[in-house]
Ligand binder design. Structure first.
Ligand SMILES: [Zn+2]
Ligand SMILES: [Zn+2]
Length: 335
């Protein structure tokens, strides 16, 4: 099943289209939902039969087309919304939690997430998304004239999601439905989890490991944050796990996840070396970001792309500084 699945879903990703819902293993269905306007094209929810009932891994984006895709996917699996016992969220980004509230309201599915990605906890520890972003951009030395539009463009996302209240908190070692083992795999967010289905040889990796691209780091908004080191440790851990198939939140499934995780780690180390070189010629994360390679040249990048880039650069700088590679005089906001 895995090779036709990968062929079908990688072809859909290459075409920029959303593949159909389909069964990917005995008792497991892939339910793609559209992410209209995003280069990621789609987001994958997974419906998993467990001894504790049906579990939905992630909950798409809060949009009507995504809701209809969820209903169609449940129908394809022969399930009604009221039969989903729990929605487990790999992390708290809007494209993963969007329909959790609606599914709970319409069918009763309990919502579960790691405590560090629970919005109430997060607000208490690090503030809301916009607070975190503003602090991160300030730490990165983004000038006022660039910071204001970045915050404006992020406001729509922040308004979206931060009211979700979970019913259950999941931590390392918990077993969802009796069989889905929770692995705390931070880096993309501080409370990101992956789920391991030993019996079926499956690993659900959310936004930690995808078949292409550089994983996005969490904003380093607090002095002790080191999302780059978190990410490297999580990838290293994933690389050491046995699984027949990795099912990520976007793009398409991965057959040889250990190889892919090691490739991402190698690229991450190369990125750190690139940042080291740029840090010798620039002072702030904002200035360094402009010297790094991105999918498009820096002058052609829009506000959102630059926002992602500078958050990423600050995370990489933090990892370097904590590893003792970058002079402490470089501004990463750790003082
Ligand atoms: Zn994400
Ligand atoms: Zn995502």
């Amino acid at each position: 099943m895995s090779i036709p699945l990968i062929t079908e879903q990688s072809a859909a990703f290459a075409r920029g289209s959303v593949p159909p819902a389909r069964q990917v293993a005995d008792g497991v269905w892939s339910i793609p939902v559209p992410l209209t306007g995003s280069p990621l094209v789609s987001m994958f929810m997974y419906l998993v039969e467990t001894p504790g009932g049906l579990v939905l891994v992630d909950a798409g984006f809060d949009a009507e087309d995504a809701w209809q895709a969820l209903l169609a996917g449940l129908r394809a699996a022969g399930a009604a919304p009221s039969e989903v016992a729990a929605t487990v969220l790999t992390h708290n980004h809007p494209d993963h939690i969007g329909l959790a509230d609606r599914l709970r309201a319409e069918g009763g599915a309990a919502v579960a997430i790691h405590p560090l990605d629970c919005f109430a906890t997060q607000r208490a520890v690090r503030g809301g998304f916009l607070d975190q972003l503003e602090r991160t951009l300030l730490r990165a030395g983004v000038p006022d004239a660039d910071r204001a539009p970045m915050l404006r463009s992020a406001r729509r996302l922040a308004a979206h999601s931060e009211s979700l209240v979970p019913d259950l908190l999941l931590t390392e070692g918990d077993a969802v439905g009796g069989t889905l083992q929770v692995l705390h795999t931070p880096g993309h967010t501080y409370g990101h989890i992956s789920l391991r289905d030993h019996r079926r040889g499956l690993l659900f990796t959310g936004d930690l490991l995808m078949p292409t691209g550089e994983p996005q780091l969490a904003p380093a908004s607090l002095p002790a944050d080191d999302p780059g080191a978190d990410l490297a440790a999580s990838l290293d851990r994933i690389a050491g796990l046995r699984a027949d198939l990795v099912l990520p939140g976007h793009q398409y499934p991965i057959a040889d996840h250990a190889r892919r995780a090691r490739a991402v780690l190698t690229a991450h180390r190369a990125r750190l070396a690139e940042v080291t070189g740029a840090a010798a010629r620039a002072g702030t994360a904002w200035e360094i970001a402009a010297l790094l390679s991105w999918p498009r040249p820096w002058p052609d990048m829009g506000t959102t792309a630059k926002r992602f880039a500078v958050v990423q650069t600050l995370g990489l700088l933090r990892a370097l500084q904590r590893g003792g590679v970058v002079p402490a005089s470089t501004q990463t906001g750790s003082s």
